[in-house]
Design a protein around this ligand. Structure first.
Ligand code: HEM
Length: 524
């Protein structure tokens, strides 16, 4: 017995001597860092053990330690559609129970392709700067939805319709120049139009992007978008310290200064106007009753609401107000621009549906091609709404959304543990053949009232669902109707690109690489 103890002691001391000899070959710093890394990995793995054990029970492809499936998801920016189609083939390989699929991406991720059940939005978009917020940081830290929601009340939206109409008319004037051309890209035209709309409704100031697309402000909006996109695609740029070393950081700072400079100026001016006159009363309706010095009806802007609330004790600093306005600017123009462009393009691919929409417009306006649409007119455009909805089904402006799971969630037989990141793939969700037979086909009839009966409320969620859903959805649908109807009352649209030839870029917003090429002729 004692012989065995002695043998063990000798073996251990030999091991110790060898270890000391091995370590002494390295500098103390290397030894310390390696030891710290090992301790970190052990603790990290121990903490994640439960999460990994539970998440591994969910069907999904096998993954490498630490890297998970990151390599499979690492596709070029221009191939980002691959991410979407890659999921399609992965879904084919794994029998999906309850629409959940496991993927590991350094951290654990569960992808949900069926009905979205996670409504708790924690920040999974931490790497985006505050000014670029579509799908973004939890926006409403200080302004709960209860404060913001009145901005989208029908009475207030009524005021915005004038803006939608005015900008749509400018759009049709710009499009006139394309009559007779063989093909042109619709996307940039629509984007400038929606940028003008959102600026005027958010800040009450026109930036005239449609007539001056080279302005510093417009350049800054697009510049920021491009930088954020690039940063999002390159994991190492997610770290502020590294990003600060790049040239983009300086450009980013200059753009931010331009955007903030403009918003700050408008906020100051608007505050001064509001304290000068009848706006000072505490009711929102007072703001809209009256005319400005040029005899133009005073309109409420989203900014006025925030100023009003800040006066009523909500304690919003100028920076807080500016951040909210910026959020609207970014949330509200790219998304609607993509949605409008896709709808017009799909109507250009399907003359039969375009004709049906035009018949509906004729039933509302007769042969009048000029009068602006009223709120009632827009609400009467029911078939156009079906087209808009089916376009958002096939090409949801926000093709995937993230949620951090705050507490364990049971989905069928699987327990998705707290700490998992859930990605809801709207793009795939909307292609569920059990909900939408022939899912790839553009079919506005999917949204006729009789065809929606019994459909799961989360089977179609272009605006997300639950407490952190899109605050601007009514605004967006009305805006889309106003712009599309104005265009279709003037022009007949023909798609030049074929759907099957398009390359989709699944960036923050789903968009076609190279835009959407159409051809237009005047309607007589
Ligand atoms: C067709 C147009 C639009 C689509 C498809 C759309 C879609 C969405 C989606 C999917 C979300 C949730 C994102 C996430 O959870 O990660 C969202 C959030 C949001 N949207 Fe939109 N949106 C549209 C237009 C607008 C407009 C016009 C505005 C404002 C004028 C707006 C304001 C917002 C805001 C403020 C949020 C954040 C809400 C929150 O975090 O609680 N959106 N949108």
């Amino acid at each position: 017995m004692s012989g065995k103890i002695i043998t063990n002691l000798i073996a251990e001391s030999v091991l110790l001597t060898k270890t000391v000899k091995f370590i002494s070959g390295y500098s103390p710093i290397t030894v310390f860092l390696t030891a710290a890394l090992i301790v970190f990995l052990v603790i990290y793995n121990k903490r994640r053990a439960r999460l990994v054990r539970l998440i591994e029970k969910i069907p999904g492809p096998s993954s490498l330690p630490f890297l998970g499936n990151a390599i499979e998801l690492n596709v070029d920016h221009d191939d980002s559609l691959l991410i979407l189609s890659q999921f399609g083939s992965i879904i084919g390989r794994y029998s999906l129970h309850h629409g959940v699929l496991r993927f590991r991406f350094c951290d654990s991720v569960a992808f949900s392709f069926e009905f979205c059940v996670y409504l708790h939005k924690k920040s999974v978009y931490l790497n985006l700067p505050k000014t670029m917020l579509h799908t973004l940081q939890p926006l409403i830290h200080f302004t709960p939805k209860v404060i913001l929601t009145p901005a989208f009340h029908f009475k207030i939206l009524d005021d915005f319709i004038d803006v939608f109409n005015e900008q749509s008319v400018i759009l049709t004037r710009k499009l006139e120049h394309e009559v007779g051309s063989e093909a042109f890209n619709l996307f940039p035209y629509v984007t400038l139009c929606t940028l003008d709309i959102v600026c005027e409704t958010a800040m009450g100031r026109s930036i005239c992007a449609q007539s001056n697309s080279e302005s510093e402000y417009v350049k800054a909006v697009y510049g920021i978008g491009e930088i954020v996109q690039n940063r999002q695609a390159k994991v190492w740029l997610h770290f502020d310290t590294i990003f600060r070393l790049t040239r983009d950081f300086k450009r980013h700072r200059n753009y931010i200064n331009t955007l903030h400079g403009f918003s700050n100026k408008v906020i100051r001016e608007r505050k001064a106007e509001l304290s000068d006159n009848a706006f000072n009363n505490n009711t929102i309706s007072n703001i809209t009753d009256g005319y400005d010095d040029l005899g133009k009806k005073k309109r409420l802007a989203f900014l006025d609401l925030l100023i009003q609330y800040s006066k009523n004790g909500a304690k919003l600093s100028n920076d807080d107000i500016r951040e909210e306005v910026d959020t609207f600017m970014f949330e509200g123009h790219d998304t609607t621009s993509a949605a409008i462009s896709w709808t017009l393009f799909l109507l250009g691919c399907h003359p039969e549906y375009q004709e049906r929409v035009v018949e509906e417009l004729e039933s509302i306006f007769g042969d009048d091609r000029e009068s602006p649409a009223t709120m009632k007119n827009l609400l009467d455009m029911r078939y156009l709404e079906c087209c808009i909805k089916d376009a958002l089904r096939l090409f949801p402006s926000v093709p995937m959304m993230g949620r951090s799971i705050g507490e364990d969630v049971q989905i069928g037989e699987y327990l998705v543990p707290a700490g998992t990141t859930a990605i809801i793939m709207t793009y795939m969700l909307h292609r569920n053949p059990r909900v939408f037979p022939k899912p790839e086909q553009f079919n506005p009839d999917n949204f006729l009232p009789e065809n929606c009966v019994g459909r799961h409320p989360f089977a179609y969620i272009p605006f997300s669902a639950g407490p952190r859903n899109c605050i601007g959805q009514k605004f967006a649908i009305l805006e889309e109707k106003a712009v599309i109807s104005t265009v279709l009352r003037k022009f007949k649209i023909e798609a030049v690109d074929r759907r099957e030839d398009l390359t989709l870029l699944s960036e923050l917003i789903l968009r076609p690489k190279g835009g959407l090429r159409i051809k237009i002729t005047k309607r007589d």
